[in-house]
Design a protein around this ligand. Structure first.
Ligand code: URA
Length: 442
């Protein structure tokens, strides 16, 4: 580091409101990846950024340095490499439908997904409801599956963006997670390491969103679209509603059941399909597979109606170790919870609001997510048939069905669900599903 600042000098510069050059940032992030920089220095740096913010150029530099701190995948495929990322939600099974759907339209989707975090569900946990599904294939096998089926949804491997692993670990224990520049670089550093031609981002807003206010969600959406685009990957961010579970179910196996129904073309106008369709349209346009929205919609409807999207999902499952006849006989393979009950409201009424975070935490407590990092997930549990905002519920029409390990767990979850749902007499309508679109302005 002969020509670069000492780490303490770079931290001092940021602490005093100065601007770090791209070259200095690259050297610092490389020092994080190869452990020349200590945890204390990372903590001081992230706090300085938390307090003073970063210019767009600094965030781009932190993002590209994070991306380049490990392996960056290279592809040689006869179509565009596209992907989607979401800030996470409840009943958010979008990736499971979207990946196969756009692959059936000619895109290639090397999707690196995560596990449940806090109150949000994880795509990998959902896929592991399928016996035999292996989300950690070798890099060579990952490449083969993307090439042969168009999509592979797998977990993060060791050598992608290793600098973020350290940065995030320190942020988590130094009260520096909630910083838009750091969140932007963390999400994109990992995502862009998978060698994408274009990215679509789904930023959630509402009671189940990761960001605490609509303004912060909006700020993050803009930041991600602009920074990724300036870093060389054209990116569009959609701001979508998470003020109630997106699909009418939340859990792992229950969301796989819903995914199969959606891939068969059922409930094509449901809220989750509307969001998935909007993201798919953006991916096909960004991947230059269509000239515009109308052509994208026609292509997407054909891929669903012809069974091509469902077929891609089936092939992905089979190629990654799942049963060859999974989509023909899901009930044979998906374990069901020992206790399944309808949850009725204490009084009749119309659903006005849902504390979506609380619904997600209730799924975690049922065993469908993790309270500790090393905990095992029970894929059988969760909620299904969740009543939407505006629905009337009474002693005949339940709030949901709970899937639990025991009667006690079911009773606790039922009480939590009743507390999470506000009923009233007035008619109620859901918030607008697609609230805004931000195209990166490199
Ligand atoms: N998800 C990430 O990957 N990083 C963050 O900083 C926040 C959410």
């Amino acid at each position: 580091m002969a020509h670069t600042l000492l780490p303490q000098e770079l931290i001092r510069l940021k602490r005093d409101g100065g601007e770090i050059s791209a070259e200095e940032m690259t050297a610092f992030v490389q020092g994080i990846a190869d452990e020349r920089i200590s945890d204390a220095q990372i903590g001081a740096f992230t706090m300085a950024v938390f307090l003073n913010g970063m210019s767009r150029e600094e965030v781009v530099a932190l993002t590209t340095a994070t991306r380049d701190s490990g392996q960056v995948m290279q592809w040689d495929l006869p179509g565009p490499i596209v992907d989607k990322h979401s800030t996470g939600g409840v009943g958010d099974l979008v990736s499971l439908v979207l990946g196969p759907w756009v692959a059936a339209c000619g895109a290639f989707v090397p999707m690196i997904s995560g596990r449940g975090l806090g109150h949000t569900g994880g795509t990998l946990d959902k896929l592991e409801s399928i016996p035999g599904y292996n989300p950690y294939p070798s890099p060579a096998r990952f490449g083969e599956v993307v090439k042969s089926t168009g999509v592979a949804i797998i977990g993060q491997t060791g050598n992608l963006a290793p600098a973020d692993k350290r940065l995030y670990g320190v942020r988590d224990v130094t009260a520096t997670v909630e910083s838009i520049p750091l969140i932007t670089a963390s999400i994109l550093g990992k995502k862009l390491a998978s060698g994408l031609d274009a990215l679509v981002m789904d930023v959630k807003v509402g009671s189940g969103a990761f960001m605490p206010t609509p303004e912060k969600s909006r700020e993050l959406a803009k930041s991600i679209a602009n920074v990724a685009t300036q870093a060389g990957t054209p990116t569009t961010a959609l701001l979508t509603d998470m003020s109630q579970p997106l699909a009418p179910c939340a859990g792992n196996a229950v969301e796989i059941v819903e995914t199969l129904a959606l891939l068969r073309g059922e409930r094509s106008d449901s809220r989750v399909m509307q969001v998935t369709r909007e993201l798919a349209v953006e991916m096909l346009i960004a991947g230059k597979l269509v000239a515009g929205r109308e052509e994208a919609l026609v292509k997407l409807e054909y891929a669903l109606a012809s069974g091509a999207a469902a077929d891609v999902f089936a092939r992905m499952v089979r190629e990654l170790g799942g049963p060859a006849d999974f989509i023909e006989r899901p009930a044979h393979y998906l374990a069901t919870a020992p206790v399944i009950h309808a949850v009725y409201p204490e009084q009749s009424g119309t659903v006005q609001r849902i504390d979506t975070r609380a619904v997600g935490m209730s799924v975690v407590e049922l065993g469908g997510g993790r309270l500790r990092n090393d905990a095992r997930v029970d894929h059988r549990v969760g909620f299904s048939d969740i009543a939407e905002i505006g629905a009337h519920v009474d002693s005949q029409r339940p709030l949901a069905r709970v899937h639990a390990q025991s009667e006690d767990a079911a009773a606790r979850a039922a009480a939590q669900l009743r507390a999470a749902v506000t009923l009233g007499e007035a008619p109620a309508t859901a918030d607008t599903l697609l609230q805004d679109t931000f195209r990166g302005d490199a």
